[in-house]
Design a protein. Structure first.
Length: 528
C-alpha cells in the first residue's frame, strides 16, 4: 500500500518518511485503510525553504489576492462539505450532525470570510502616520512561513490548514506550513487539497500553503526554532506546547499557544436558591457535550456549603449516571483522562460517580463527577487544578463565602471564568469580591452561563494568562486582533512615498482605510 504524499513547495510529493501511521476510529479502535508518513527533517527543511521563498513572493502580491484566496477556500470547503464532515466524523467520532456539518464547518468558512473582510478593510494594520517627524508605521508580514499545529478536538475550525490560526496567518500576509493532527489526517488532506487548489485559482505563490502530517518531536522543535520560520501557532496538550515554546523562545521566535484550561465556574448561593435545576442542566450539558472535549469545558465548579449545594450535587450526580458517555477522540485522550482522575484521587478528591474506562472496545470513559472541599483545594491548588480533559468535572465545596473568595484567589490562568449570581441582586456583594480575582486570571469573564462555545466575534478573547496560553495579551479567536499575532510592527523613517506600503502612502488606498494621522483617526489623504 502506498503512503499518502505531503504538500511541499507547490506539489503533492512522496515524503522523506522515517515511519508511517494510520488513523484510528475511536468508536471501535480499528485502523483506517490509508497510511500517512512521519516526515524526516529533509521534509521540514524543504518546507521551510519553500515557505521563505513564498513569503518573499507574497510581498509583490496585492493584499486583495489574499482576501480572494480566503473567500475561495471558504467556498470550496462548503462545496465539499458532506465529504469533509463525513471523513472528520469517521476519524474523530464527533457527531456528523449537528456538530461537524452544521456547526463547525460553517464556523470554519465564516472565519475564513471574516479574515478576508479584514484584509479588504485593511484597518487591522494600524497604519500610523506622524507627518512632522516623517515617521510612519504599520503591522506587516513576518518574512517567513507560520507553522500551524492543529489540535485533535476541532478537526475543521482549528485545523492547521483551514482554521483560525491559518486564516489569521494568511490574512497577515504569511505563507503557512500546516502540521496536521494524527487523529484526523484524511480530513486534513481534504482541506489541504482545497486550499492548494484555491492558491492556484487566485494566483498566490504555490508554497503559500504546505502541509506535513507528522514529524518526530525533535523535528517539531527544530521547525518552531528555525531561522526561516516566521512564527508558530499551536493548540494542544500543555506538555507538548511547553516543549515547543522552550525551543522557540530559545531561538527568539514568536510562538502563540493554546494550552490547558479548567475554566472555573462559581455558582453563588442566591443563584442556587433561585434556579438550581436549570443550572444543573446547563452544567451537565456543558461538561458532557462532545464527551467534554472542549478547551472551554467547565472543569471546576465552586459552591458554598449548605443544603441547596448538597441537593445540587446530588442532582448533577444522577444526571451523570443517567447520561451515556460519549466517545473520546483517541486512545491518548482516554489514557490521559484516566491518569488525571487517578492523580486527582491521589490528591484527596472524592469520586462521586465514574472514574473508569468503559469496557467493550473503542475510546470511552465513564462520566466522572469528583468532589473536594474548599480547604483541600486551598491546601493543594496546583495539584487539584490538573486538567481532566474529557467527560469529567470537579465540584469544590467551600465552607463559607470567605473560603469561596479565597479559592477565587488561587486559580491559575484560564481561558474563561464564569459566575452565576442571583438575578435580583442577592449575590452582588459576594460577586464583586469573587469577580475581581477571576477577572485577572481569565481571558473572558462570563456571567450566568457555562463557558462551552466560543463566538467568532471581533470582541472575543480566546486567550488568558498561563497556562491557558503562552502570551496573555493575545487571542486565538476574534478578527482582527488574532491577525496581529502573525505580524511585525514595521516603522518607516523618511521613506519616500512611492516606496512605502500602500497603507502608509499619502493617498488613502481605496479611500476607506482608517489611519491615525498626527493623533487623529481619519480616512482622509495626508495633506502636506
Amino acid at each position: 500500500m502506498s503512503v499518502e504524499p505531503v504538500l511541499i513547495a507547490g506539489a503533492w510529493r512522496a515524503a522523506h518518511a522515517t515511519t508511517k501511521f494510520r488513523a484510528v476510529n475511536p468508536l471501535n479502535g480499528e485502523s483506517g485503510p490509508d497510511e500517512y508518513p512521519v516526515s524526516a527533517r529533509a521534509d521540514v527543511d524543504a518546507a521551510l525553504a519553500a515557505g521563505a521563498a513564498a513569503a518573499d513572493a507574497l510581498l509583490d502580491v496585492p493584499a486583495v489576492t489574499r482576501a480572494e484566496f480566503l473567500d475561495a477556500l471558504a467556498e470550496r470547503i462548503e462545496a465539499r462539505a458532506d465529504e469533509i464532515a463525513s471523513t472528520a466524523h469517521e476519524e474523530t467520532a464527533l457527531a456528523y450532525e449537528p456538530r461537524l456539518r452544521n456547526v463547525e464547518l460553517p464556523r470554519t468558512a465564516g472565519q475564513l470570510r471574516q479574515a478576508a473582510a479584514a484584509v479588504r478593510d485593511g484597518s487591522w494594520v494600524m497604519a500610523t502616520i506622524d507627518t512632522k517627524a516623517g515617521i510612519r508605521s504599520r503591522f506587516g508580514p513576518l518574512g517567513g512561513a507560520v507553522a500551524v499545529f492543529g489540535p485533535n478536538n476541532f478537526p475543521l475550525a482549528f485545523n492547521g490548514v483551514s482554521g483560525g490560526d491559518f486564516a489569521a496567518a494568511i490574512a497577515a500576509g504569511n505563507p503557512v506550513i500546516a502540521k496536521a493532527h494524527t487523529s484526523h489526517p484524511a480530513t486534513s488532506r481534504l482541506l489541504a487539497e482545497e486550499a492548494f487548489e484555491a492558491v492556484r485559482a487566485v494566483g498566490l505563490p504555490d508554497a503559500t500553503v504546505q502541509m506535513l502530517y507528522r514529524t518526530a518531536h525533535a523535528d517539531g522543535e527544530y521547525l518552531v526554532s528555525h531561522p526561516l520560520v516566521g512564527a508558530t501557532g499551536y493548540t494542544g496538550a500543555r506538555s507538548t506546547g511547553l516543549v515547543l515554546k522552550a525551543a522557540a523562545d530559545w531561538a527568539g521566535k514568536p510562538i502563540y499557544l493554546e494550552l490547558s484550561s479548567i475554566n472555573p465556574v462559581f455558582i453563588l448561593p442566591g443563584a442556587l436558591r433561585e434556579r438550581a435545576a436549570d443550572i444543573a442542566a446547563e452544567y451537565v450539558t456543558s461538561v458532557l457535550m462532545g464527551a467534554g472535549q472542549f478547551c472551554t469545558n467547565p472543569g471546576v465548579v465552586v459552591l458554598v456549603a449548605g443544603r441547596a449545594t448538597d441537593a445540587f450535587v446530588a442532582d448533577v450526580k444522577q444526571r451523570f449516571v443517567d447520561t451515556a458517555p460519549g466517545p473520546l477522540l483517541n486512545e491518548g485522550v482516554a489514557t490521559k483522562l484516566a491518569e488525571s482522575v487517578a492523580a486527582l484521587r491521589a490528591g484527596g478528591v472524592e469520586v462521586l460517580t465514574g472514574g473508569r474506562r468503559v469496557d467493550g472496545g473503542g475510546c470511552r470513559f465513564e462520566n466522572t463527577l469528583l468532589r473536594a472541599s474548599g480547604s483541600a483545594f486551598l491546601e493543594n491548588p496546583e495539584g487539584l487544578q490538573r486538567e481532566a480533559f474529557g467527560n469529567a468535572g470537579l465540584v469544590v465545596v467551600a465552607s463559607d463565602a470567605e473560603e469561596a473568595v479565597a479559592v477565587s484567589r488561587v486559580f491559575e490562568g484560564n481561558l474563561t471564568g464564569s459566575v452565576y449570581s442571583h438575578r435580583g441582586g442577592d449575590d452582588d456583594a459576594l460577586y464583586a469580591r469573587i469577580a475581581r480575582h477571576v477577572r485577572r486570571r481569565v481571558g473572558r469573564l462570563i456571567n450566568d452561563k457555562m463557558p462551552t462555545g466560543v463566538a467568532v466575534s471581533a470582541a472575543m478573547n480566546h486567550g488568558g494568562p498561563f497556562p491557558a496560553t503562552g502570551h496573555p495579551g493575545f487571542t486565538a479567536v476574534g478578527i482582527p486582533a488574532s491577525i496581529r499575532r502573525f505580524a511585525m510592527l514595521e516603522c518607516y523613517d523618511g521613506v519616500r512615498d512611492a516606496r512605502l506600503p500602500p497603507e502608509l502612502r499619502d493617498a488613502n488606498p481605496g479611500g476607506k482605510l482608517w489611519r491615525s494621522i498626527d493623533g487623529e483617526w481619519s480616512r482622509a489623504d495626508v495633506v502636506r
